[in-house]
Design a protein around this ligand. Sequence first.
Ligand code: C2O
Ligand code: CU
Ligand code: CU
Length: 420
Amino acid sequence: DNEEGIVYTVKAQKGQTEIFNGIETNTYGYNGSFLGPMLHFEKGDKVKIRTINELDEETTFHWHGLEVSGEADGGPHDALQPGEEKVIEFEVTQEASTLWFHPHPHGKTAEQVYNGLAGLIYIEDDNSKSLGLPNDYGKNDIPLIFQDRIFDDKHELNYNAAMNDDGTVGETLLINGTLNPKLTVNQEKVRLRLLNGSNARNYTFKLNTGDSFVQIATDGGFLNAPVTLNEVTLTPSERAEIIIDFSQFNAENDLALINEDGYVLLPFEISDQNGVNSEIPGELNDFTLTEEEKNLPVTKKVELFGMMDMVEINGKKFDPERIDFTQQQGVTEVWEIYNKPDMMGGMIHPFHVHGAQFKIISRDGEAPPQNERGWKDSFSIKPDETVKIAIQFKHKGVYMFHCHILEHEDNGMMGQVKVE
Ligand code: C2O
Ligand code: CU
Ligand code: CU
């Protein structure tokens, strides 16, 4: 019973982490030296989180994908100075999903995430508990946070040396903060909750054997039905839950998750155990995009443009004092996002809006792919592409919308919508 509310304490801390054998690397973490705890909510929970800044610099606590008031959202307006703390409270009103949290201080988001500040949030609800999906945490239900890094010759994360204005991309992959991990699985269906937690790198995930898998969830909830795929691409901050059926493989198989270049991201070691091997239901959710939503007029236009530190939205850089848009609480509007090419052709930007889960109506006028027909809070947009979304905010406050290449965001590729 939740009368008192779920109480969590989340501290942003400095620490040292043994990423390389026998070597300590200076890192940041939540309630520890690197990454963070998993926060577990149920729909309907009243949650209270005591956030504490134990760093030597300001930070904020942002709940990416969570539908909370602007006051609880932890955008750049909400900076906690070193030693400060703040209690935030909210009710969990959204459906089962895998969200995450990370800092958002003005101009310093990229560096703080790079140093290790990121954690996961799981929301469960009656539907997710009744579906019979793999849910044995760490056994057949596994979170995987993908982050690339550059370590200097002292094995330190030297952000200012590594930093690239177009997004810091490293040659060293960490999964859940671990170098060269290997995942041991039973011969059963295994659910992987993938988060692209990188500052700038995109990943296309596939199996080295070319076998298919199913995607069951997007950023903000289950798809209506499992979607069979040979690969899934995630740009920074996007999530996908996929299920791989390992019952069709055995210990002799050299199976791995690879990226678009064939680079091994995560090798699997298949045990000789059978495991539970649950059936995946054909119906997972009742997500709908109504005709009415599809036919709403476009009321907000967002034009993404630029590269390096010359990035902007609608011709402007972020100004904390400027409100770019206003929208009424509880009213669905259609936003049209356009990625304007530059002389070099332009680049993919991952576009994200705080405080809401939204629906993708179309990409260049066409219905989005099957695996984007679910709640989203971030999506990729190619040069010269136009994406229409239907978005409604459940709460009031000032929310950021921005490119989730964190260096672009820090360089001003961000705007603010005030919900009143
Ligand atoms: Cu992942 Cu502004 O957020
Ligand atoms: Cu966010
Ligand atoms: Cu960008």
